[in-house]
Design a protein. Structure first.
Length: 229
């Protein structure tokens, strides 16, 4: 279509950033769900979207630190980097070719977004949760930040030991699965329907049908129909 339902011209650039239809959020959630399932196979105390402990007088170095009482991250898993310690993960799937990233190298984009997340959560996780924080930045082009590369390697190492499989086969499988997950979500952003669902129209059709049946004097007698079979 020439225009998106939000009113802006529709093209690939817009499709990968427009939040109408929920495809951008779904792109993030699909990756989060995939990592949650894999972490459940090799770690303990795995939780989806854990709420962080409320701040009680602590002060943080960065003004951008998230101090909200209901702050939460994407995943928590124990025994990932260190035995007995929780690791918190926050995921971002970013469109590296967006206009806001113009003239920036992909590696710089990933690095900046990793640092942004660390400023928001790293000190709070270390000092309040006594855990570690790992930002997972992934691009719609299939690339990923250095922190995510380290995460994939460690995840493959844990899974290969747990399942007694070869490390090379395991990490190839994870990377392939992640690539297809991002690709599937990216295609949906471009090809998915963003037209809002009209629930009122659906209800109106049902009400009209019942009204027509009543006006026609029709009676649906289930018992009689069953008896005649």
């Amino acid at each position: 279509p020439p225009f998106c339902v939000c009113g802006k011209p529709f093209n690939t650039e817009h499709a990968l950033t427009c939040k109408k239809g929920g495809f951008v959020s779904q792109r993030h959630n699909n990756v989060k769900n995939m990592f949650t399932v894999l972490l459940n196979r090799c770690c303990t105390n795995v939780k989806d979207e854990p709420v962080l402990t409320k701040i009680d007088g602590e002060s943080f170095r960065f003004r951008s630190s998230n101090t909200a009482p209901d702050a939460r991250l994407d995943i928590r898993a124990r025994n990932f980097w260190r035995h007995g310690q929780d690791t918190y993960f926050d995921i971002r799937v970013t469109h590296v070719d967006a206009l806001s990233h113009k003239d920036k190298a992909t590696e710089i984009i990933f690095k900046q977004q990793e640092e942004e997340k660390k400023r928001s959560y790293n000190q709070r996780i270390i000092e309040v949760e006594h855990g570690t924080f790992t930002p997972l930045v992934i691009g719609t082009n299939g690339g990923m930040g250095q922190e995510c590369h380290r995460f994939i390697k460690q995840l493959a190492s844990l899974l290969s030991r747990k399942r007694t499989e070869k490390y090379a086969s395991t990490i190839t499988w994870i990377r392939t699965k992640l690539s297809f997950e991002v690709l599937r979500s990216t295609v949906l952003c471009v090809r998915g329907s963003r037209t809002p669902w009209n629930t009122h129209r659906t209800l109106q059709v049902s009400e009209d049908f019942e009204l027509h049946v009543h006006e026609a004097g029709l009676q649906l007698e289930v018992k009689s129909a069953v008896d005649n079979i």
